[in-house]
Design a protein around this ligand. Structure first.
Ligand SMILES: [Zn+2]
Length: 143
């Protein structure tokens, strides 16, 4: 027998594990609450994104950089020697962003702490209020 689906009443359940014909309103997608819930769970599973392994490794490097900067920050802009950071495992190529000071100096940031490379193998550590950093991110998004 040929099965013709009438748009007004006969529907096919949208849950892939069911696909049953059922009677219902035009906007009804599932034959039952169980199917609606099951479909919702399935959607969630698909939407759940698997974080690549190297994300964790990079995040740990940035966190370590952050902790080293925080520990060595002296609040006076007195330069610190590069080896003081690298001895503790600081990775100069990893950062969360670049913050430009009014003087046109670019500070490499790890969250709210950043550094500026001076010429004689020394760096200067800065602390930028997180509000400034997130404000900067907002400008990027809107622009
Ligand atoms: Zn169903």
């Amino acid at each position: 027998m040929e099965s013709v689906v009438n748009d007004e009443t006969e529907r096919i359940c949208a849950y892939s594990g069911c696909k049953r014909l059922f009677d219902g309103r035009k906007d009804k997608m599932y034959c039952s609450d169980q199917c609606r819930n099951a479909a919702g769970r399935e959607k969630k599973k698909v939407a759940k994104w698997e974080e690549p392994e190297h994300f964790g490794q990079i995040n740990r490097i940035i966190m370590r950089n952050y902790q080293i900067l925080k520990r060595l920050y002296n609040g006076t802009l007195t330069p610190v020697k590069n080896w003081q950071l690298s001895d503790e495992g600081f990775e100069f190529k990893f950062m969360t962003g670049i913050y430009r000071l009014d003087e046109g100096i670019d500070i490499y940031m790890c969250y709210e702490y950043g550094w500026y490379q001076l010429s004689d193998n020394k760096i200067r550590i800065y602390s930028v209020p997180p509000l400034f950093l997130t404000g900067m991110a907002k400008v990027t998004k809107d622009g």
